[in-house]
Ligand binder design. Structure first.
Ligand code: FE2
Length: 321
């Protein structure tokens, strides 16, 4: 572990102790105090707003190929594909985010590092499916740019998303910080049917030097109940998980705002339950759960979910080294 990491863990620990003692002092008004306190701490990668995913002005564009193959092991780009590795993940929700949608087919295509599409084969083209918990993830490379007339289109990824028994949504995803977003005829639209505002998403770089982005897809469909923002703020939330990425141990800090049956579950990217950490009747308070994965748990992405009275009110993504 690096010194920087140790330092940050100590800081987290101090902050946690400080918060815990504050909460203990405020026993009488605990639920509201706790709620306010944790709301301010909540990690930014969670579903902050429920903005339905909009269509893209350019529709599917000129480079769509039908019948692309299923993505194997979440790898849209082969390991030696030139470019910066880029991992996109998120969850598929219905229009008001009260349900998550399993089994949505997500058809993805984008240009290579040099801005070229494979128009004869299926390189950087493939389909994945939201898993039993509504999550999806794929790894590719950051797309290159190509000329559209006399100007470059911003980096973008094309999607066709088809929830079970509902129509397909065709759109494009853009990335914050791209200087061509503001001049692109599609990415620059900020209202109406083709509003791209919530399809220009932040990109971070993880400890492996890979780019990462979270994109929740919100569209017409039916699924399973999930906690919406309001439920999270009245029932409970995960407010910190560290270290993340982690190797052999992870600590999950969460708050419960009402007396309830509470469980913490860990799912892999296929939606398989890999760990059930707690399943208890709890009163309003801050709690800590720990996960020491078995040796058969492989490296990769996992989702830690908080269930309150059998409703999944919150999740965070973690990476096991
Ligand atoms: Fe394109």
């Amino acid at each position: 572990m690096t010194f920087e990491k140790q330092k940050s863990m100590k800081k987290d620990r101090r902050q946690f102790l400080k918060n815990t003692s504050l909460a203990a002092l405020a026993t009488v008004t605990l639920p509201s105090t706790l709620r306010a306190e944790l709301n301010s701490e909540i990690a930014s990668e969670t579903l902050a707003n429920c903005n339905p995913t909009t269509l893209d002005y350019y529709g599917q564009g000129p480079f769509y190929s039908a019948n692309s193959p299923l993505i194997i092991n979440n790898q849209l780009a082969v390991g030696n594909e030139p470019g910066t590795r880029f991992i996109i993940s998120g969850r598929v929700h219905n229009l008001d985010c009260t349900e998550y949608i399993a089994g949505a087919i997500i058809d993805i295509w984008h240009a290579d590092d040099a801005g070229q599409y494979d128009n004869t084969g299926f390189n950087l083209r493939g389909k994945t499916t939201s898993n039993s918990q509504g999550f999806y993830l794929f790894e590719s490379i950051y797309p290159g740019k190509y000329l559209n007339g006399s100007s470059y289109r911003p980096a973008h990824i094309h999607f066709k998303i088809t929830p079970p028994s509902y129509p397909v949504l065709t759109t494009q995803l853009y990335f914050q910080g791209d200087s061509d977003n503001s001049t692109d005829a599609a990415a620059s639209i900020s209202s109406g049917t083709y509003d791209a505002t919530h399809r220009i998403i932040p990109v971070t770089t993880n400890s492996f030097g890979q780019k990462e982005a979270t994109w929740d897809i919100i569209l017409d469909g039916e699924g399973n109940p999930v906690g919406i923002e309001e439920m999270r703020s009245t029932m409970g939330m995960i407010y910190k998980i560290y270290p993340n990425p982690f190797s052999d141990f992870i600590q999950i800090n969460y708050g419960v705002f009402q007396k309830a049956k509470v469980s913490i579950q860990v799912f892999d990217i296929q939606g398989n339950l890999v760990a059930k950490l707690q399943d208890l009747n709890l009163k309003p308070e801050k709690y800590t759960a720990e996960w020491k994965p078995d040796s058969n748990i492989i490296s990769g992405h996992y989702f830690v979910a908080l269930k309150i009275n059998d409703v999944q009110v919150h999740y965070l993504k973690v990476i096991k080294n």
